[in-house]
Design a protein around this ligand. Structure first.
Ligand code: ARG
Length: 585
């Protein structure tokens, strides 16, 4: 199908050039699968102005050109100048294998993919799940189309919160609680620190501090905060006791993250947290000062941006504070240099929520000034919200990821038991795991990532409509059908003449590599979800209308092939999304 679209595109463009001259005609025009015809081309409307001709004149030329292709049964003009193409049934049937033929568009190219990247000493909550799940799906899809992908977990394991945690540890730690649930206890003492500090500030008559706000006037600094800053300076200077504590915070957090990653089936090639770049910060900022990318400003170091030079005027990007301290952004600049020299990627993608858009615009503008040639992309997503507001670690309306997954499995188990009461308990457990996890992941992946998601249990775990359980159920049903037919001794055979619903099903199968390629290009996995849902729907029309098991031998063999192919695409497509399938359900 990809090859056919290419050759039709080239044919059409050549014909337009011949008829109207080369000016304004691209090398390819776009033919694509459509709801209204097997393929459609809208180029006549797009090029009419440039060629100074009515769209239907252009469309007539495209129709003649397309008609010469052996795959094309008919081409017609529709509406204002659309070209609708009908393919020969024989071509469609003969190209069934194209359904699994991905094109290696990324061959020879490396992409760095920065995702998940949670912060140490805080439990991973439902807001983190999106970066982890989106990033994992993108990694799999990019690899499928030939990219070499370096997946990098840019752990938040360094920064001002560690001074606070060290103070909190010495003052508030409950050892038994830490032994039981270490990260929970770290969160508790961190929150306790913040509350105490807030109270001290209020007593000083100062405004409450914003998170990460460390630049207040000395008079307004609460004693607790002053203490935390002193501990941070000691930590950064390599004080043995503080470094040991910091390591402990990182270790217990990492153990918890790793447990979640194992449960989610997520893995990274490297985990280079912020601390990894610590020694590179000073030389990096010095280098940027030396080559003029950055400049001194009231004792601090910043990068400034103008519309003329950088394409857009942005607020200054702070790389070093007047007190010599470095920031989140300094680390990102060091990471940028490190990634470019280590892996020479053609693109770097960073997956975080929407709140960091300005930060990455500043970082990317800085990188361009540094001469970074790779394409840089902030793959941002809308924050997950509860009906009553945003999730926040501080406010207690957190649903820990682990609880979410447990609940998802519990509910999936109940549904599976109702669907199939004959299942043995261990089989039910296995299905519950795959389906519960699938539901949670698909809930994140199936909506355009930039839309706002309100989380509700019922939507996340629904077994109807465009959901993972629906697709998993479709897969399991096809597999059991294939098993049953195989028991009668029937085997698969070539696909020949096509009934309308079969024809539609094969055409849908052929669109699979296009959907995968689009996800690789746009970093929008919901395109693949929509595709898989369309495939399951096309299968269900086919299966609702045509017999398989009881068809005449030749038809049965051909339909068995179709069923098998649909199952394979469903399984592979879900796997690209990081979702497993059950063999029965
Ligand atoms: N740890 C950060 C956070 O939770 C995300 C890091 C994203 N990656 C990066 N290179 N800045 O907000």
């Amino acid at each position: 199908m990809l090859d056919l679209l290419d050759s039709l595109g080239a044919l059409g463009a050549a014909a337009l050039r011949e008829a109207f001259g080369a000016d304004g005609v691209p090398a390819h025009v776009v033919f694509e699968p459509s709801q209204r015809a097997d393929l459609q081309c809208a180029a006549a409307m797009q090029l009419a102005r440039a060629l100074k001709r009515p769209p239907r004149d252009l469309a007539a030329v495209l129709v003649t050109a397309a008609s010469t292709h052996p795959a094309v049964a008919r081409a017609d003009i529709a509406g204002a100048g659309f070209v609708n193409v009908t393919l020969h049934d024989g071509w469609i049937a003969a190209h069934l294998d194209d359904a699994l033929a991905h094109r290696a568009v990324g061959a020879g190219q490396t992409r760095v993919l920065d995702y998940s990247s949670p912060n140490v000493a805080k439990p991973m909550h439902i807001g983190h799940i999106r970066s982890t799940i989106l990033g994992e799906a993108l990694k799999r899809v990019l690899r499928k189309v030939g990219y070499a992908v370096v997946s990098d977990n840019h752990l938040g394991d360094w920064g001002t919160q560690f001074g606070k945690l060290i103070v909190a540890w010495r003052r508030y730690l409950d050892e038994a609680a830490f032994a039981r649930e270490p990260v929970q206890e770290l969160l508790r003492i961190y929150v306790k620190f913040s509350d105490e500090e807030k109270a001290q500030r209020a007593a000083l008559g100062a405004a409450p501090a914003k998170d990460g706000d460390d630049d207040d006037a000395p008079a307004a600094v609460a004693p607790l905060l002053a203490e935390a800053r002193a501990e941070l300076v000691k930590l950064q200077a390599g004080d043995a006791e503080n470094v040991a504590l910091w390591k402990r915070f990182v270790d217990v957090s990492m153990r918890e993250f790793d447990r979640m990653y194992a449960r989610l089936g997520v893995s990274f090639d490297v985990t280079l947290g912020e601390s990894f770049y610590n020694d590179m910060l000073a030389p990096t900022v010095d280098a940027l000062l030396a080559d003029g990318t950055a400049e001194p400003s009231q004792g601090a170091v910043v990068v400034t941006f103008t519309k003329e030079r950088d394409g857009e005027a942005l607020p200054p990007f702070l790389l070093r504070k007047a007190d010599g301290g470095f920031l989140y952004g300094s680390t990102d600049v060091a990471a940028m240099r490190y990634r470019m020299t280590t892996w020479s990627p053609s693109r770097i993608l960073i997956v975080t929520d929407e709140r960091q858009q300005l930060h990455f615009r500043q970082l990317f503008a800085t990188a361009r000034r540094m001469g970074v040639g790779a394409r840089l992309e902030h793959v941002w997503f809308g924050l997950m919200r509860l009906p009553e507001g945003t999730f926040s670690t501080r406010d207690g309306n957190v649903i820990a990821l682990e609880d979410l997954l447990d609940e998802a499995e519990r509910r999936a188990r109940a549904v599976a038991a109702e669907l199939n009461p004959a299942l043995a308990p261990d089989e039910l457990d296995a299905i519950a795991r795959v389906v519960g996890l699938g539901a949670v992941k698909y809930n994140d992946l199936s909506k355009d990532r930039q839309t706002l998601v309100t989380f509700t249990w019922d939507k996340a775990l629904s077994l109807q409509g465009n959901t993972a359980p629906y697709l998993q159920y479709a897969y399991a049903r096809i597999r059991s059908l294939v098993r049953k037919v195989a028991e009668t001794g029937a085997t698969m055979g070539p696909v020949g003449a096509l009934e309308p619903t079969e024809r539609a099903l094969v055409l849908t199968l052929l669109r699979y590599p296009l959907a995968v390629q689009e996800v690789a290009q746009t970093a929008r996995p919901h395109v693949l979800c929509d595709y898989l849902y369309a495939l399951a729907t096309a299968f269900s029309s086919f299966y609702g209308e045509l017999p398989v098991k009881d068809a005449a031998p030749e038809l049965r063999a051909a339909r068995l092939t179709l069923c098998d192919r649909v199952a394979t695409v469903l399984r592979e497509g879900l796997d690209l999304l990081g979702i497993e399938v059950p063999e029965r359900m």
